[in-house]
Design a protein around this ligand. Structure first.
Ligand code: EPU
Length: 302
């Protein structure tokens, strides 16, 4: 979808929106899949309600993107414009045991920034790709750690209220890969409270997690991390592996040989290939184990 109206373009510019016309989401998403649209980069949180009002008044559907690390987008000309936060400088400010982090900040860099200030707790999240906002929205976790445990305050654009709100940590529920935010709420910033820990000790934890990840996950390949959530008491990766589905492909979409819950784009996979592979694996797991696997990856379908 294109923003063509000159008046709309002028107002967007006044609201501090940087327009990237004809952006390819395949270049943004970690799966390397997705069509093209206009990308609107938001440089001022406070103007978001006005940007949304403007788009709605002009009948332009929109979606919010974080880092694109857990996202599968359809191909072709996309029927929405895409909004993304521009990264402020600095994007992480540390005061005592608190880290004030913009949602656009890279999660891994945030973990290391905090470590440099002797703030630990998030070591397990080091290799999780994407932004802090994306991690927050779905309560990213790894190696027994989830980001929600450290959240004290979230600044969020609430789609239902069409306004920016500050929520306290205890007003939000953080569950396994799920939060109480609405799907169209937009994370803007977060205040984390982290335990004091010596830098060296944090670094050691980070190294251990990195090694585990390197040994078990297809890093360096185009993927969205785990495709399915683990059902209670079971492991999606193990079930898919047990069924002998590693290497199963639809076009260039393929079940990773290293970790069966990672589906990789080994070339020019399209969204349809990846969606067909997801559907096929879901069906086979259901037939064999009776579990209806739920997507972990977020799908933007028309
Ligand atoms: N397993 C296999 N074959 C495989 C993959 C895994 O047999 O191909 C077995 C493993 O041997 C292990 C069990 O399944 O006994 C669980 O595997 P793993 O430790 O890799 O963890 P996971 O449950 O598959 C979860 C998260 C990952 C996170 C890791 C590490 C989910 C859906 N996945 O994976 O998160 O990195 O634990 O904590 O919760 C993600 O969210 O995208 C993601 C990758």
């Amino acid at each position: 979808m294109r923003v063509k109206d000159h008046q709309v373009l002028a107002v967007l510019a006044k609201l501090g929106v940087e327009l990237k016309p004809d952006a390819s989401l395949a270049e943004i998403t970690y799966l390397g899949i997705g069509g093209t649209t206009d990308l609107l980069r938001l440089t001022r949180h406070e103007s978001i309600p006005d940007v949304v009002k403007l788009l709605e008044a002009n009948g332009m559907p929109f979606k919010f993107i974080g880092g694109g690390s857990n996202l599968l987008v359809i191909d072709g000309e996309l029927p929405w414009v895409v909004l993304q936060l521009a990264q402020p400088d600095p994007d992480v400010v540390i005061e005592g045991n608190f880290a004030m982090v913009d949602a656009s900040a890279d999660l891994g860099r945030t973990v290391t920034m905090c470590a440099k200030h002797d703030l630990g707790g998030m070591e397990g999240l080091i290799g999780v790709p994407g932004t802090v906002g994306g991690a927050l929205r779905m309560n990213a976790g790894a190696y027994g750690i989830q980001i929600g445990s450290y959240v004290r305050e979230v600044k969020v654009y609430r789609a239902a209220a069409r306004a920016i709100e500050i929520l306290k940590g205890d007003q939000i529920s953080f569950e396994y890969r799920h939060t109480s935010f609405a799907p169209d709420d937009m994370m803007l910033a977060v205040k984390l409270e982290l335990p004091s820990k010596a830098f060296r000790e944090i670094l050691q934890g980070i190294r251990i997690c990195n090694e585990k990840r390197r040994a078990t996950q297809p890093l360096g390949q185009k993927s969205a991390g785990c495709i399915f959530k683990n059902p209670p008491g079971a492991s999606a990766g193990r079930m898919i592996d047990e069924l002998g589905l590693k290497g199963l492909s639809v076009g260039d979409a393929r079940v990773s040989d290293r970790h069966a819950n990672f589906f990789v784009n080994v070339g020019k996979a399209g969204a349809a290939d990846m969606l067909a592979l997801i559907a096929d694996v879901r069906k086979r797991v259901h037939t064999a184990y009776g579990f209806e696997l739920e997507n972990e990856v977020v799908v933007w379908n028309a």
